[in-house]
Design a protein around this ligand. Structure first.
Ligand code: ADP
Length: 448
């Protein structure tokens, strides 16, 4: 590319100089030929006379020939061509009636040749030939070519240097990213790459840092989960140990013994429920493509009510239901069942005796909205943002008494999210809690 540029520039410069030389030499040749106007024929005398009138033309050589190409005048005194045939290509071409110019540059000299016919009544009667060897212009061309070469070499060296620096910088950046990746692979999740800039490497480092942030957060969440889970499991296990110790150490009547054993059974039930919920939480996060089916939520609500009516009846809580027709959602039936079951069970558990639970199912434009409303204790405003966290309970004692584990709502939250829904919690006018879950409506006619 650089060689091409170099040659191209040198060529253009040479052409420009040739063109100026051509104009100057042809002008001089024209001047001589026009000096012969009015002359009938050319001979030694009149050619010498014309040349003497013209004075110094400032060229290397001037030759004037007759129509045959025999020299009548030659400005060279040594090796003069006068009387001899001049066999230059320029002369024979000029004899055909046209002006001729040739030029070339060689070892510091610009050599130019011009010839023009001397015409009488439309036919050439002789020819003017001029040659000029110009050392000054030759030197200019030489200097120009040298400068262009120097600039090209300088540019080439600059580009090589720039490429080298660029390669060193990028490979250093790449090495830093690789080292950081190795550190994170070894478990150092808090490691960050300090790399600024908006180039690809800067962006890669930014993405890498975001990834390690997420890894760190997820590792922290996992640790927190294990510690919370073991803490939760410890409590019923400690109760069981306490109860068995009492049975072993104390003499007790059959009635008290039965009470103690029943308590042990209750704690075991609590452990089972907790284990089931923990399993539900750790279930595969993503749902396989094609595993979803069209589920009519009103049917699921019916099944949940059937199972929870005995629990509601124990405390004389009324279960009420208002449902729009055609509330289909593309989902997993099991997920919907768990969501509705947990919400309605909570609405019963945290309700007052003789209270009410109202489940509403509505179609709103492109959504299906499920509202579970109760007349219970409600959820304080500052607790609402934590309500979906694992093991979070507003009132620990109440939750334990109701057989809760603090996992139900976090399971609900995960299931709602993986079914492209949204869940919100609020307060009911007149006391109690309201949970609103929104799912995208599945329009069978459009889909078919
Ligand atoms: P739990 O097994 O303790 O019920 P959840 O995750 O289902 O766990 O609920 C977390 C906490 O949110 C409960 O301990 C309770 O304090 C509160 N809560 C959930 N639902 C309701 C509700 N309908 N009314 C009042 N408080 C509720």
């Amino acid at each position: 590319m650089l060689i091409f540029l170099n040659n191209y520039t040198a060529d253009i410069t040479r052409q420009l100089l040739y063109r100026s030389k051509q104009t100057s030499l042809l002008d001089k040749a024209q001047l001589i030929t026009s000096s012969f106007s009015g002359v009938d024929s050319l001979n030694l005398d009149n050619t010498a006379q014309v040349i003497s009138v013209l004075g110094d033309l400032n060229v290397t050589r001037v030759v004037i020939t007759d129509a045959e190409g025999v020299a009548l005048y030659d400005s060279l005194t040594q090796r003069s061509a006068v009387g001899n045939y001049v066999l230059f290509r320029e002369v024979s071409e000029a004899m055909e009636g046209q002006n001729v110019f040739y030029s070339h540059y060689e070892s510091g000299l610009l050599m130019s040749y011009a010839a023009a016919p001397i015409v009488l009544y439309g036919s050439p009667i002789g020819c003017v030939y001029i040659s000029d060897l110009d050392a000054d212009l030759g030197a200019i061309i030489q200097a120009l070519e040298r400068n262009i070469l120097r600039i090209s070499l300088g540019l080439a060296a600059g580009m090589v240097l720039f490429s080298l620096i660029f390669a060193v910088i990028t490979s250093r950046k790449m090495r830093r990213i690789l080292t950081s990746m190795e550190l994170v692979r070894e478990g150092e999740y808090s490691h960050k790459i300090e790399m600024h800039g908006s180039d690809e490497y800067g962006r890669l480092a930014g993405e890498f840092n975001k990834l390690t942030d997420r890894l760190q957060a997820s590792e922290q969440a996992q640790r927190q989960f294990v510690s919370d889970a073991s803490h939760e499991l410890k409590t019923p296990l400690a109760s069981i140990k306490l109860l068995t110790d009492s049975i072993m150490q104390n003499e007790m009547d059959a009635e008290t013994m039965r009470e103690f054993v029943a308590d042990i059974g209750n704690e075991a039930d609590r452990l089972t429920r907790m284990a089931q919920k923990l399993l539900a939480l750790t279930k595969a996060e993503s749902v396989k493509e094609g595993a979803r089916e069209v589920v009519d939520l009103s049917r699921v609500i019916g099944q949940v009510f059937k199972l929870l009516i005995p629990l509601a009846d124990q405390r004389e809580i009324r279960l009420k239901c208002t449902m729009d027709k055609d509330c289909a959602v593309l989902t997993l039936e099991d997920d919907m069942y768990q969501i509705i079951f947990n919400l309605v069970e909570n609405a019963i558990k945290y309700n007052h005796d003789c209270g009410q639970v109202h489940v509403r199912l509505q179609r709103r434009e492109d959504d299906v909205v499920l509202r579970v409303e109760d007349t219970g204790v409600g959820i304080p405003e500052d607790a609402r943002e934590h309500i979906f966290e694992r093991f979070y309970r507003v009132d620990k004692a109440r939750s334990r008494q109701a057989g809760g584990s603090g996992l139900g709502l976090s399971i609900v939250h995960d299931l709602v999210e993986r079914n492209f829904g949204e869940i919100q919690v609020g307060a009911r006018d007149g006391g109690g809690a309201v949970f609103t879950v929104t799912f995208p409506y599945f329009d069978m006619e459009v889909e078919e």
